[in-house]
Design a binder for this molecule. Structure first.
Ligand SMILES: C[S@@+](CC[C@H](N)C(=O)[O-])C[C@H]1O[C@@H](n2cnc3c(N)ncnc32)[C@H](O)[C@@H]1O
Length: 283
């Protein structure tokens, strides 16, 4: 199918990027017009729509606007992720944060972790594997809850299925592969003990109500999504994380991301990365 060569006017670009921003916090800079044009040109062709004005109407007023937002969103966002992504940072979590938390929670034996913008689930499942091996035999006495959230229905479906192609598990040791995955119909499925530790929910980080509904967490991971947000949205996310973290909680962000709410988090230098400790309760 030939891709629509329909040009996007500056006005149309302004309308579309506002819709995207208002819904998700993702900000397309002036220089990114060509990107939106190339990604959405394909969509215009699929829908047999002639121009972007019609598409804006379809997206905002059409009977399938909710579904269309999801389709459009999957075309314009990057869902790249992998198991054990950024190992040095995960080593900090496993070796320098988790043992202290387990000690601090030894009486109540609960641990709650939020993987925000988790894409297809590799991040929360990796965290579950690390928690499981750190707790060892104690795991049976502990209530561990890892919540993976994302805005996209498409990636959440994969996450909930807990099934991945061989290409997704290739970077893990044979030991991890055999201990935590079952081979089924040519795919690799996370074993129930790890799977049962992880739950998924659709949460848009822009939605203040939704981001509060899972309660408090001991650790929050939010990696490689805030780079796509503008400063207002980043600030909003960090306020949310401050609010949802336990007082001794820790935040991990992507290695190319920075904390702009400096009064709410104290950076702690760790090997090859930073962990951010909550510093202020209310804001
Ligand atoms: C590059 S992936 C990061 C996945 C994982 N955290 C990692 O670092 O490997 C970014 C994810 O952010 C999600 N996302 C984008 N905007 C969002 C929003 N407003 N609320 C929740 N998730 C969002 C996308 O759907 C995508 O799955």
């Amino acid at each position: 199918m030939p891709i629509s060569t329909q040009k996007m006017s500056d006005q149309q670009y302004a309308s579309l990027r506002k819709i995207i921003y208002d819904r998700s916090g993702i900000w397309f800079a002036d220089s990114k017009k060509y990107l939106l044009e190339s990604r959405l040109g394909e969509r215009l062709t699929e829908l047999e729509i002639d121009d972007y004005d019609q598409y804006v109407v379809f997206l905002t007023m059409g009977p399938y606007r909710e579904d269309e937002f999801q389709v459009m969103f999957s075309k314009i966002t990057i869902n790249e992720t992998s198991f054990f992504r950024n190992q040095p940072q995960l080593d900090v979590f496993e070796k320098n944060v988790l043992p202290g938390l387990i000690e601090a929670r030894r009486d109540r034996k609960t641990l709650r972790i939020w993987s925000a913008a988790c894409s297809s689930g590799q991040e929360p499942y990796s965290l579950a594997i690390m928690v499981r091996r750190t707790l060892g035999i104690r795991a049976m006495d502990w209530a561990v809850e890892i919540i993976g959230t994302d805005i996209s229905d498409r990636v959440l479906k994969i996450a909930k299925s807990a099934r991945y192609p061989k290409s997704a598990i290739g970077n893990m040791s044979y030991d991890i592969q055999s201990r935590h995955f079952d081979q089924k119909d040519g795919e690799f499925e996370i074993k129930p003990d790890i799977r049962n530790m992880v739950h998924f929910d659709k949460v848009n980080l822009k939605d203040r109500l939704a981001t509060g509904r899972h309660g408090k967490f001991d650790v929050i991971f939010c990696r490689n999504v805030m780079i796509y947000f503008d400063d207002n949205m980043r600030k909003q996310c960090l306020e949310t994380f401050n609010k949802q973290l336990a007082d001794d909680g820790t935040l991990f962000i992507g290695h190319s991301e920075t904390i702009i709410n400096r009064d709410q988090f104290t950076p702690r230098a760790e090997p090859q990365s930073f962990a951010y400790v909550k510093t202020k309760r209310e804001f």
